[in-house]
Design a protein around this ligand. Structure first.
Ligand SMILES: Cc1cc2nc3c(=O)[nH]c(=O)nc-3n(C[C@H](O)[C@H](O)[C@H](O)COP(=O)(O)O)c2cc1C
Length: 215
């Protein structure tokens, strides 16, 4: 995994591939974040964001070497004075597509309520909803079935955030039911199909034939 660096600096080194911002929040499903980064890295420039809770599950050392992982600490260490870049704004400008996977119940609620108290939620609060944004919820069935979830998902729909629905299976806690994050391959396929016909700031579509990666 690459160490955090100013967004602008890394920008200049990039090729003209679609820019995908992957974000993990604090669900146990974040153990699959590395796999998600790897799949998207095959055809896109990937930057990653993780909440403080997600860092309990993401093995930073296992991320692809060209994927920079940004955390709340970077939000503040990259800013010292007026005129410095603000990380959540720079990442929001940088990204063509955003994918939040996993989306925890807590971050879901914060997004629905417009709260922005960490790097991930500040990016969402500043997001340009003309750009595609996806979220793959992951939580225990009790949480998924809680009435708050439907209310918050409804707000996400209204915002224009596309849902990659959870699946039913034996969960990490041992319970059986709905709430497990969709598999990384499923999330990837959903994003690529949805963005297939779009071109991005770089002028390249994610489904561009030269990527060599069929949807
Ligand atoms: C071992 C463990 C597993 C957890 N798994 C989940 C989960 O799958 N989904 C979820 O919504 N919350 C889960 N939580 C709770 C979240 O980590 C907690 O709500 C946290 O505040 C989320 O913060 P974030 O949304 O800023 O990442 C888990 C907590 C622990 C201790």
């Amino acid at each position: 995994m690459a160490t955090s660096e100013p967004v602008q600096q890394s920008w200049e080194l990039e090729s003209s591939r679609p820019r995908v911002l992957l974000a993990a929040s604090g669900s146990v499903a974040a153990i699959k974040f590395e796999s998600l980064c790897r799949i998207f890295s095959e055809w896109a420039e990937v930057r990653a964001v993780a909440t403080k809770s997600a860092l309990h599950f993401v093995d930073r050392s296992s991320l692809p070497s060209d994927v920079v992982l940004y955390t709340d600490d970077d939000e503040w260490s990259t800013w010292t004075k007026i005129g410095d870049e603000v990380l959540h704004i720079e990442l929001r400008k940088w990204a063509d597509i955003m994918v939040i996977a996993p989306l925890s119940a807590n971050t879901l609620a914060k997004i629905a309520g417009g709260l922005c108290d960490n790097l991930l939620t500040c990016i969402i609060r500043a997001w340009d909803y003309k750009k595609p944004i996806f979220a793959a919820p992951a939580m225990n069935t009790f949480m998924w079935n809680n009435p708050f979830t439907a209310r918050h998902i409804e707000t996400m729909n209204q915002l224009g955030i596309s849902l990659v629905p959870p699946t039913t299976k034996r969960l990490a806690c041992g319970d059986y039911g709905n709430g497990a994050m969709a598999e990384p391959s499923q999330i990837h396929t959903t994003v690529r199909l949805a963005c297939k016909s779009q071109t991005f700031g770089t002028g390249i579509s994610p489904a561009h034939p030269s990527s060599g990666h069929p949807v």
